[in-house]
Design a protein around this ligand. Structure first.
Ligand code: PDD
Length: 286
């Protein structure tokens, strides 16, 4: 029979099998959290202070308040270790921003989620140590697959936080060449010399369904469209707009505190928005 394991979840110790987290926990919905794994050997933690210091640095970097003091955290880690049957253990600590209705930028101060578990620390066999391990190399893809609608959205959450701190609604990502890619939760399109321009579908952007709809309605109405990399210093940029399921198309009037075009909602952006809303109204009436 497998041993009964104990988990610490938000102030309570409980059987691991009964330990659950709310489905609107931001760890689950945005990977909006941080963690540590610390080894314990016969009751002695290996470099616990260094793990706690890194935990604190990680929390600070993503602006999640520490759920308790580091001394209290050390005590909870110790207690979790003691309540589980392993003398050699890896103790896992995870902190997320907490539970809230899904929105990249949480609307109020949240109580962080804290969980701690303890599992047996596996040791490689002498034979495995003697033979060593086999490896492969890969191009570093961390995280360079924006075409996947992944829930690993911590960077997007950090971007939204930065936008909010600077009085903006959305942050738009530039790559190393200065190409304007997409927003934290939107695609971005521009009118350049009268042409609707947006970054092509590659790994650097999500293939937004609304982006496609904007392109489709523009083409139906004989607007010229180019899917190509573009930069902010291109001459002829008169308008910008962002698109997403939750926004349709929204004109962008200010970028980095400077007016886009004449600083008013762009005429063509609003036209595209109207065409899209007409489509939506047709759907509603169908
Ligand atoms: N976000 N790019 C990113 C990074 C997004 O997260 C989204 C959507 C889009 C637009 O995709 P679509 O047009 O299919 O909604 C582009 C959703 C709305 C969200 O995370 O809430």
């Amino acid at each position: 029979m497998s041993p009964t394991l104990t988990a610490y979840v938000n102030g309570q110790f409980m059987p691991l099998d009964a330990a659950t987290i709310h489905i609107e926990d931001r760890g689950f919905q945005f990977a909006d959290g941080i963690y540590e794994v610390v080894a314990c050997l016969d009751g002695h933690f290996l470099d616990l202070d260094a793990h706690l210091a890194r935990l604190q640095r990680s929390c600070e970097a993503v602006q999640i308040p520490l759920p308790c003091s580091l001394d209290d955290m050390a005590d909870l880690i110790q207690q979790t270790y003691e309540r589980n049957p392993y003398s050699d253990a890896m103790v896992y600590v995870q902190i997320t921003r907490g539970v809230a209705p899904r929105s990249h930028l949480p609307h109020h101060q949240l109580t962080p989620t804290l969980i701690i578990t303890s599992r047996h620390l596996p040791q490689p066999s002498d034979e495995k140590v003697a033979t060593g391990v086999k490896g492969i190399t890969l191009q570093d893809i961390r995280w360079k697959h924006c075409e996947i609608k992944s829930i690993a959205l911590l960077a997007s959450v950090m971007g939204k936080q930065e936008a909010h701190a600077r009085g903006a609604d959305e942050a738009f990502w530039l790559n190393e060449q200065g190409h304007v890619l997409e927003g934290c939760s939107t695609n971005i399109l521009a009118i350049i010399d009268g042409v609707l321009v947006t970054h092509p579908l590659d790994r650097q952007v999500l293939g937004g369904i609304t982006r496609n709809m904007a392109i489709a309605v523009a083409k139906v109405h004989a607007m010229h469209v180019e899917e190509r990399p573009w930069t902010l210093d291109e001459v002829g940029i008169s308008e910008m707009m962002m698109s997403s399921t939750t926004n349709a198309v929204m004109p962008i009037t200010t970028l980095n505190e400077k007016a886009v075009g004449d600083g008013k909602a762009g005429v063509q952006s609003l036209q595209i928005r109207r065409w899209m809303i007409e489509e939506m109204e047709r759907l509603r009436a169908a």
